[in-house]
Design a protein around this ligand. Sequence first.
Ligand SMILES: C[S@@+](CC[C@H](N)C(=O)[O-])C[C@H]1O[C@@H](n2cnc3c(N)ncnc32)[C@H](O)[C@@H]1O
Length: 278
Amino acid sequence: MSGLRRCCYGFPSRHCFATVHQTLISYRCSDSRLLLPTTASPLNSRHPISVSAPLKKRSFSAPAVDYPLSGYRSRLTFWLGICRGRRRQLKWLICRVWRRVVQPGDTVVDATCGNGHDTLEMVKMVADESGRGRVYGLDIQKDALDTTSSLLNESLSPTERELVKLSGICHSRIEEIVPENSPVRLVAFNLGYLPGGNKNIITVPQTTRLALDAAKRILLAPRGLISLVVYVGHPGGREELEAVEGFASGLPADEWSCCKFQMLNRPSAPVLVFLFKR
Ligand SMILES: C[S@@+](CC[C@H](N)C(=O)[O-])C[C@H]1O[C@@H](n2cnc3c(N)ncnc32)[C@H](O)[C@@H]1O
């Protein structure tokens, strides 16, 4: 655990990095060396975080841990999965970060629905008795929207299903589907191609950049989050990561805290980017 504390030492915003920090330390790994191959670093700060920075005493208390994945016998195995970039564990980590930001009744956007797994997670986070929560989902592929729709129909009650609006348009046009008077708390991007689909239909830096500009404009709820999973293993993936990093590093540090979570010794593992609005 001390390894992570060192990683996060010096982050500029208590709220933003406490979110990632608490999510990460909640694994309560007993061996800090396991954390060293990964880094959580700010993208728009002039104070880089070093894993070898001196350890300062912090008063964080780790929240109670729930392990939703069955079959993982020990925390050690679970942490190794995170460090090896296994997708299920990474997804769980991302959802933990989302859950610290999103409240029932919020409006959120899934900018890349794909097979609908993220859309479904979002509905569970915003649904409550008030029925105010909304999830706007976008994908340019009809197949993706059909799969998402089927998953939602199977998994949700009719009332919950009504909270979701799916649109077959490019995510650079988010503002056309989210009503102006709906402050958005989370915009999530899972970039790349549709798993099991046509690998030639992928997100591209130009429209991703436009979509990030639009996401920034609609993210009006206090302490909102733009969350990205960037795949770098396919052609064009690294250029897309550069576009995301260029966008993030240009955000003013007094309004945004931007960090990425990247495997240092697995160069093709997906990179997580979190842009927290203060
Ligand atoms: C990695 S998948 C998303 C996976 C999804 N989040 C899930 O949970 O299954 C990326 C998706 O982005 C979609 N996509 C590509 N370009 C897009 C664009 N400009 N606007 C919206 N969606 C796009 C693809 O069709 C693909 O379904």
